[in-house]
Design a protein around this ligand. Structure first.
Ligand code: 6GU
Length: 262
């Protein structure tokens, strides 16, 4: 999968492309990241300007961005990263990674980009949440990394992404690592038993329960999970309230509200 990034700050990306799984994926040609410095395409030495009608925050101009886009051999699915866009999520990341071979990312500044450029070239506007960033650069990292995790061979373990949070709309079950005992904390004995079926059962029910406690909206439309939620409740009866709290499977404050079946 190829990502073409149009930005005023290409240097922003250097640690991202040199670190961890992303750098390995670049070496292995699983992903390709091309940085395009939009400043180069302006004759005034800067590619942003003040908004027409007045205002403080800078707007990226039409012409340098247009020239930058036209300098590319082949345009991909053109995305403008902006707080005005559709909110990015797991499903969109998976969709992008299967649908698009090349994604062209335009990183707007906080003030935005000239609307005419969006009208003429952009297929889709994406935001990573309802808050304001200085520019689309930070958001583009989120988009690239979340798409990459779906690509074959990106992760050592091919099935890792299937265990990721949100696959099947469930959060990941709680996790612990060695040492087994720290400062009097308890961890579920089942996980030490080596009994794979029981471990799987614990992980499924605890992940379902955790989703119910923390993000019940993920379960709302899934009748399959709603049925299992009652099973999970029964399953968790083997733990005392104190144990449940220790396992992170108990809500501390507000009472539980059962999800209404639609
Ligand atoms: Cl994609 N860009 C900016 N500037 N702010 C954001 C955003 C994007 N997503 C959330 N806030």
């Amino acid at each position: 999968m190829k990502f073409q990034i149009l930005t005023l700050f290409p240097e922003f990306f250097s640690s991202f492309i040199q670190t961890g799984l992303i750098s390995k994926a670049i070496q292995k040609s699983i992903i390709d990241i091309e940085l395009i410095d939009v400043k180069i395409f302006s004759d005034k030495g800067r590619a942003d300007d003040y908004p027409i009608g007045g205002g403080e925050s800078m707007i990226i101009s039409y012409t340098p961005l247009k020239k930058a886009l036209q300098s590319l051999k082949k345009l991909g699915h053109v995305v403008c990263l902006s707080p005005q866009g559709e909110i990015w999520n797991f499903k969109k990341a998976k969709g992008f990674s299967t649908q698009y071979k090349t994604v062209t990312l335009i990183c707007g500044r906080y003030g935005g980009i000239d609307l005419r450029l969006i009208q003429d070239f952009v297929h889709e506007e994406i935001s990573i949440g309802d808050y304001v960033l200085n520019g689309g650069e930070t958001a583009s990292l989120v988009l690239i990394e979340s798409c990459s995790r779906f690509l074959e061979n990106f992760m050592k373990n091919r099935k890792s992404h299937q265990k990721d949070s949100f696959e099947n709309s469930l959060l990941k079950s709680p996790q612990w690592t060695k040492p087994n005992s720290i400062e009097g904390h308890t961890i579920p004995k089942i996980l030490l038993s080596g009994h794979h079926k029981k471990i799987k059962e614990f992980r499924y029910y605890s992940s379902l329960w955790l989703t119910y406690l923390k993000k019940p909206y993920l379960l709302e439309k899934k009748s399959l999970f709603l049925k299992d939620l009652f099973k999970a409740k029964n399953y968790l009866k083997q733990f005392s309230p104190l144990e449940l709290k220790a396992l992170g499977l108990k809500k501390e404050k507000a009472d539980l509200v059962l999800i209404k079946k639609k």
